[in-house]
Design a protein around this ligand. Structure first.
Ligand SMILES: Nc1nc2c(ncn2[C@@H]2O[C@H](COP(=O)(O)OP(=O)(O)OP(=O)(O)O)[C@@H](O)[C@H]2O)c(=O)[nH]1
Ligand SMILES: [Mg+2]
Length: 396
């Protein structure tokens, strides 16, 4: 058996797999019908919540063609604890990448072909749902009806997936007329199963139960409806303050019937207004921002986890995909670290939190040396030991 085949088989045997790209660089994208508040949400998620001292590092908003990308600070009390403990010269939290897209067409769902091409590159969606009424902000369909709007967006994504699958089926059938190829035939059968599921159930593909082989294949297809969603319900300031909105029950019922995904009611207008308020004013208003919750929910939905590197020079949070082994996690720091990986020296955040110092963690025998197969856990504090000489050799 070839080495590649063997590697593939091994991964397929390694327990249940998860949908989505295997990368530390995963992104959430904002979707929703026109004028539902996507761009305002993008603003409050990125620009506004970045801690002043980290502004330079984290607030890297990029605009390329019709899309915007921002690094949104992930607030993590564990990072703050480690910073207080080590008192490093520098402290660097991690972030969630979020993209917003210019509206291109006049279609009510906000999707036309160029928009769909743009959102293909993201790994998950913040689906912004308009549940606020406004005399001044025109609703493209003339009335506020969040369930109808969610159906429009979701149906659009499911229909696009079906169209894409039909094209792939046609192309494979054409190829298989002349040749016999077991792998291609297997792919064709799987495509037919996915198509049937989408057409008959009218549910997103991520809601189905798929075996490892199907998940591997789905990950190469990157269907729109395979990407995880966090529903952000855009409610008015008044509703946010009184913690109620007349559409919420219906919205929740609709989502729960389909996917059981996270639902976060929020008010970007209020978040925007109160960003500039003093702590005293915020307290008087009884204002509690939900932005950190939105960011951390997006982070978790993308199956990202955090590990830390700690020391007197720097305490830094890193993100990697759940299920990463130690060399894959090291790659997030620098690509060369994956190849030159020798070992990982690891202890868990919980141990240093309980025991109070790295010295005590060592004494308690909680400081471990792990090898290539070690699967990194959320909250691990890691030092990677690498073979620097092998990189130098390679370069020569
Ligand atoms: N009254 C009110 N206005 C809102 C609310 N949320 C957003 N808006 C306003 O609605 C308008 C449209 O918001 P955007 O954030 O541009 O919406 P969008 O989804 O990015 O719109 P497109 O990109 O054109 O699809 C802006 O003027 C916002 O200030 C809200 O909760 N209440
Ligand atoms: Mg916009």
């Amino acid at each position: 058996m070839s080495k590649r085949k063997k590697q593939k088989q091994n991964t397929e045997e390694e327990g249940p797999q998860i949908l989505g790209r295997f990368s530390g660089n995963l992104k959430m994208g904002l979707v929703g019908i026109s004028s539902c508040g996507k761009s305002l949400t993008y603003d409050v998620l990125s620009r506004k919540q970045v801690a002043k001292e980290e502004k330079q590092d984290l607030n890297m908003k990029k605009k390329k063609e019709n899309q915007f990308e921002a690094r949104c600070l992930l607030q993590d009390p564990r990072h703050d604890f480690l910073t207080n403990l080590y008192e490093p010269k520098k402290t660097t939290p991690t972030y969630l990448l979020v993209q917003d897209f210019d509206s291109f067409g006049e279609s009510s769902s906000g999707f036309d072909n160029s928009m769909l091409t743009a959102i293909q590159s993201v790994d998950g969606f913040f689906h912004v749902v308009r549940a606020f009424s406004s005399r001044t902000i025109h609703h493209p369909l003339g009335s506020v009806d969040p369930v109808r709007d969610m159906e429009i967006v979701e149906n659009e994504l499911i229909q696009r997936d079906i169209q894409g699958i039909i094209k792939k089926i046609a192309s494979l059938e054409k190829q298989l007329r002349n040749i016999k190829d077991l792998k291609k035939n297997e792919d064709l059968q799987m495509l037919k199963v996915f198509k049937k599921y989408l057409e008959e159930k009218n549910l997103p593909i991520r809601q189905g139960k798929w075996n490892n082989k199907e998940i591997f294949f789905l990950n190469t297809l990157a269907l729109f409806s395979s990407k995880p969603v966090v529903y952000l319900i855009n409610i008015s300031v008044k509703d946010f303050k009184r913690k109620g909105n007349k559409h919420l029950r219906q919205i929740m019922e609709w989502i729960k019937k389909r996917t059981n995904e996270p639902i976060i009611p929020f008010c970007p207008v209020y978040e925007d207004e109160l960003f500039y308020a003093t702590e005293e004013e915020k307290e008087k208003e009884g204002f509690k921002t939900v932005i950190p919750k939105i960011i951390s929910t997006g982070f978790t939905r993308l199956n990202l986890i955090t590990y830390f590197t700690v020391g007197k020079d720097e305490v830094k949070s890193w993100k990697c995909r759940k299920g990463s082994n130690a060399p894959q996690a090291a790659r997030v720091i620098h690509t060369s670290l994956e190849k030159t990986f020798i070992a990982a020296e690891v202890f868990h955040y919980n141990d240093i939190f309980e025991l109070g110092s790295e010295q005590k963690v060592r004494k308690a025998g909680k400081f471990r040396r792990e090898g290539k197969k070690y699967i990194v856990k959320d909250g691990d504090c890691i030092e990677f030991i690498n073979n620097k000489t092998s990189t130098t050799k390679k370069k020569k």
